[in-house]
Write a protein that binds this ligand. Structure first.
Ligand SMILES: Nc1ncnc2c1ncn2[C@@H]1O[C@H](COP(=O)(O)OP(=O)(O)O)[C@@H](O)[C@H]1O
Ligand SMILES: [Mg+2]
Length: 437
């Protein structure tokens, strides 16, 4: 008789770790449709990667599928969930609509497994950033017990998949307090466009179905009928040789990062790439062990496509702060270049027009036929760089030739402007500020 082990959770939350159907059923009705469908492959890879966090020491975190309604986001979550369980009305997938408190209990229940959270839109904007961070960080709040001592906070380690019509950053901005998403939060929760760009919503490959709608409906029905077996076929391989499995996964993930990221890639991007790499590794291991029906390299190819889409959407491999400095200043010039910079060409400049309201500086033609902008220091700090570190932003731009340093090498330049007896101190933006990356 094999020993029976019954896990009793201290938290009275219904779990959905149920099994229905055989592994062959799952492969035939669900698993095989992932091949060539990058978002489905990512979702399934994440499902298999969750128990590898512990063996590889990788950090937890999430993937958030964002995009318009009815393109298959919830379906992707249901497909990933079918690796772990199902049943009930919602199956394995849970709703974002809950309190931070309840979510802690749910997270603890999903330790070392995949957590699927549908519809971030239902979450309070002011909670979004905090909750996303908490989930990836793996610790709940310390709370006082009735006798005033501190109860040990709940802890967990998990990967989560999330869906929503908007991204985490936009969600947080909804509360109108203009909060920005810290770079750390962007690294922990990866916003990925759910639309694969092939004209079939989340799908690229219809596998014989007439359209995306039919494939989505098939998958939804299948995930309500067949679930739970794949992880039970996968985990014994980890239990038998935990060290070896962990080393393999980490080694493969590292190879992916090396191959996908050019030298000089920022640390933030490398961290995200490592998470994608671990997902690819999990997808390959599931295939090698006969748990998943796709051929070798299929998972890597599809996960890489998601990573590339994420990178494109993010705007490249530079740190988030750098991109933010460039886009913030560029946006200001795009919006106010004509209205708030006084033309400072020669006195004969036909464009000269002193009727500028709330002037932040001057603009004039440069030698290459473009326009340069001279921003007054106080306006640079309080308006153009609102919310940024103004000196750091100036440095970022100077390194990229978007800001011309003074002849003494300082970030602020001294320039003569008609109407001023002495040269004025200013930040001199070159026309490259409006160039595309
Ligand atoms: N890729 C798709 N192309 C066309 N219709 C789709 C697609 N994905 C889903 N649908 C339709 O939308 C319905 C809802 O799917 P769901 O996965 O919940 O979408 P979402 O979560 O993106 O709103 C499905 O039952 C199906 O009819
Ligand atoms: Mg949905």
């Amino acid at each position: 008789m094999p020993e029976r082990v019954i896990f009793q959770s201290a938290h009275p939350v219904d779990d959905a770790f149920n099994v229905v159907g055989t592994l062959a059923d799952w492969q035939d009705q669900i698993g095989r449709y992932a091949e060539g469908n990058s978002r489905l492959m990512l979702a399934l890879g994440a499902a298999f990667a969750a128990p590898l966090l512990h063996l590889t020491g990788y950090e937890g975190g999430g993937f958030h599928l964002k995009g318009a309604s009815s393109i298959g986001k919830t379906t992707a979550l249901a497909v990933a969930g079918s690796v772990w369980g199902g049943g009930g009305i919602r199956g394995y997938v849970r709703s974002w609509r809950t309190t931070a408190n309840a979510l802690e209990g749910i997270a603890a229940l999903h330790c070392d497994t995949l957590l699927c959270l549908d519809e971030m839109g239902q979450l309070e904007p002011r909670e979004a950033g905090h909750v996303a961070y908490m989930l990836s960080n793996g610790v709940g709040k310390a709370r006082a017990t009735r006798d005033g001592t501190t109860r040990k906070p709940l802890e967990w380690r998990l990967l989560f998949l999330s869906s929503g019509e908007i991204g985490l950053a936009e969600k947080m901005a909804e509360d109108g307090r203009g909060r920005r998403l810290a770079a750390g939060q962007q690294v922990r929760v990866v916003d990925l466009p759910a639309d694969a760009g092939a004209g079939h919503g989340m799908f690229e490959q219809l596998h014989g179905f007439p359209n995306g709608d039919a494939l989505a409906r098939h998958l939804r029905l299948a995930t309500s009928r067949v679930y739970g077996k794949p992880c039970r076929a996968f985990i014994p391989h980890l239990v038998d040789h935990p060290r070896r499995a962990g080393d393999q996964a980490a080694g493969y993930a590292r190879e992916c990062v090396d191959e996908w990221c050019p030298a000089g890639t920022s640390g933030q991007v490398l961290r995200v790439a490592a998470r994608f790499g671990l997902v690819a590794a999990a997808g390959e291991m599931a295939a090698r062990w006969g748990v998943a029906p796709w051929p070798a390299q299929a998972a890597t190819r599809d996960v890489k496509r998601c990573f590339d889409d994420w990178l494109t959407e993010r705007g490249g491999t530079e740190p988030a702060e750098v991109r933010e400095a460039i886009t913030t200043v560029r946006r200001f010039i795009e919006q106010h270049g004509a209205s708030r910079f006084e033309p400072a060409g020669t006195a004969a400049d036909p464009e000269r027009d002193p009727r500028i309201i709330n002037r932040v500086g001057f603009r004039r033609p440069d030698t290459s036929g473009g326009t340069e902008y001279l921003v007054l220091p106080e306006s640079w700090r309080s308006e153009v760089c609102a919310g940024l570190d103004p000196v750091a932003a100036a440095k970022v731009l100077a390194e990229r030739g978007m800001l011309a340093r003074g002849s003494d090498g300082k970030l602020q330049d001294r320039q003569r402007v008609p109407g001023f007896a002495n040269p004025i101190r200013c930040y001199r933006l070159t026309s490259r500020i409006l160039d595309d990356a």
